[in-house]
Every structure is written in C-alpha cells, then in structure tokens.
Design a protein around this ligand. Structure first.
Ligand code: SF4
Length: 111
C-alpha cells in the first residue's frame, strides 16, 4: 500500500498516469492490501482510497475515490486471485497485454 491512515483505518493506493475512468477495477488493489493488512495485524480495514495523479494543461490533477471495502469487493478480489493462481499453476499464457504504452518500459516492451 502507499499509505495507511491508522486513525481512520483507511488504505491508500496512489496511481499515476491512469485516469479515474476504470474506477471499479482499481478498487481491487486497495482491497487486496486491506485483506493482507487484516490478516497480519488482525485489525479491520473497511475503507479504501485510490488517489489518481495526472497532469492536465501542465497542472497536477489529483482525484480520489474513497470507497467501502465491502463483501462484494472482497469476493471479487479472491476470485481474481484464484484465477491468477490457476494460470500460474497450469502455466497458461495470459497473452499479450493491451495498454496505452505510457510506461517507462515502453521502448523495450514487446506487447
Ligand atoms: S510494460 Fe509494456 S504492456 Fe506493460 S504497461 Fe509498459 S508498455 Fe504496456
């Protein structure tokens, strides 16, 4: 996780270069951090916050999505984890990634 507010039990996850559009998918990151945090420290974490940093017209744009880490998100995260574990176990090729090619590996990436 990028930050934890221990007074309010909020997990923060910072994303750069990604717009707020696909908001629900990015909630999975903070949800995963919350599940691990709860497992290690045995303290409930029910609030997540994704912070999006972007530049617009040469100005820093900060957006946030504060959300409840509910049972649906927890189940979704576990389903995704199980899918990934199955891919690794069965050595399935996940295929070439689709992306907007805006990362630091753009020059050497074969995707
Ligand atoms: S490594 Fe390749 S596929 Fe991954 S984000 Fe960068 S350019 Fe896209």
């Amino acid at each position: 996780m990028d930050c934890y507010d221990y007074l309010h039990n909020i997990i923060f996850d910072v994303k750069t270069g990604i717009k707020k559009g696909e908001i629900n998918f990015y909630r999975l990151y903070a949800t995963g951090y919350a599940l691990v945090f709860e497992s290690i420290y045995e303290a409930p974490v029910d609030i997540g916050c994704t912070v999006f940093l972007n530049f617009k017209d040469n100005r820093l744009l900060v957006e946030r999505d504060l959300f409840h880490i509910n049972d649906d998100l927890r189940s979704w995260w576990i389903e995704e984890r199980d899918k990934k574990a199955e891919m690794v176990y069965e050595e399935k090729d996940p295929g070439i990634a689709e992306c907007e090619r805006r990362c630091m590996y753009e020059a050497v990436c074969r995707a």
